[in-house]
Write a protein that binds this ligand. Sequence first.
Ligand SMILES: Nc1ncnc2c1ncn2[C@@H]1O[C@H](COP(=O)(O)OP(=O)(O)OP(=O)(O)O)[C@@H](O)[C@H]1O
Ligand SMILES: [Mg+2]
Length: 312
Amino acid sequence: MSTYIIETRDLTKFFGKRNIVYHLNLKVPKGVVYGFLGPNGAGKTTTIKMLTGALRPTYGEIRIFGMEMPQKRVEIMKSLGYMPEAPIAYEDMTIFEFLTYMGRLSGLEKDEARESAKELMRYVGVGRLALNKIKELSSGQKQRVTFAAALIGNPELLILDEPTANLDPLGRIEFTGKIVSLAKEGKTIFVSSHIVSEVEKMCNYVGLINQGRLIAQGRISELTGVEESEYDVLTSDNARALEFLREKPYVRESWEEEGTLRVRVDPRFLDEFFLQFPRYLSSQGIRLKLFKPHTSPLERILMEKFNVGEAE
Ligand SMILES: Nc1ncnc2c1ncn2[C@@H]1O[C@H](COP(=O)(O)OP(=O)(O)OP(=O)(O)O)[C@@H](O)[C@H]1O
Ligand SMILES: [Mg+2]
């Protein structure tokens, strides 16, 4: 019995002679937020369509909740909410009608479906548009409605294909917050994206795909094993902090850039740096306002892995 919510074995898709997805072995444990990250045309949507039964694999196996897809599609879909990349087909329905209809499809009674529709419209921020037709909506509003449709029936697993592509900046922040709280409720979330900062905010797992191949997969904190040696620092007295840093032999370089200190530390002496720097600051009554690696860990993995891919 599989221990993964989603597991694929050698999942492969050809379009004609073109190899679009190649021997993909996805492993998505229960309760994680899995970021499926890769450039345009990498094969994310094709993979997601196979996972949700919208497209048949050329070969390979898919198991979701331990059941085979597409053979057990009807059963799997009862606990799976899918948000496709393409906008909704039912253009002439109102939002309320559409969500009620989706609720009925997911097995809710009529009253339950109407209640959930109302609740979800508020949740995704389209409550005031309830009686507008789908075709009258902006692309971001449609995306909010498709998100609501994925959530109806309270599924255990969410598969979301670029859910934030059309959202405004505030919508994006709200969305990542929602994903984090849905994960806290115990849902498993598989989400495709090419926005690294967003994946970092909401995901704890990641699968990197390039040219149809999975090039790395696992818990983000484990993939980013190596410690960073360049940091951004902001203090209440940067000038004095800089004086301290310049005296330390293990600080290779330190300079100020647009009000932020940049520090490059000899990686062999990171422990000393981490102990002595905050201690010095507090002894001088200097407040530490920000301290973070200059390059985000996930960005670093991406650069490493994708460069390898390109060199092939
Ligand atoms: N029905 C199809 N017939 C032929 N080729 C296709 C078909 N669908 C997708 N492709 C090709 O498969 C490749 C992968 O497409 P896919 O939509 O899976 O990429 P993606 O990773 O989702 O990209 P994006 O980030 O742009 O959404 C592309 O080169 C695309 O041209
Ligand atoms: Mg896509």
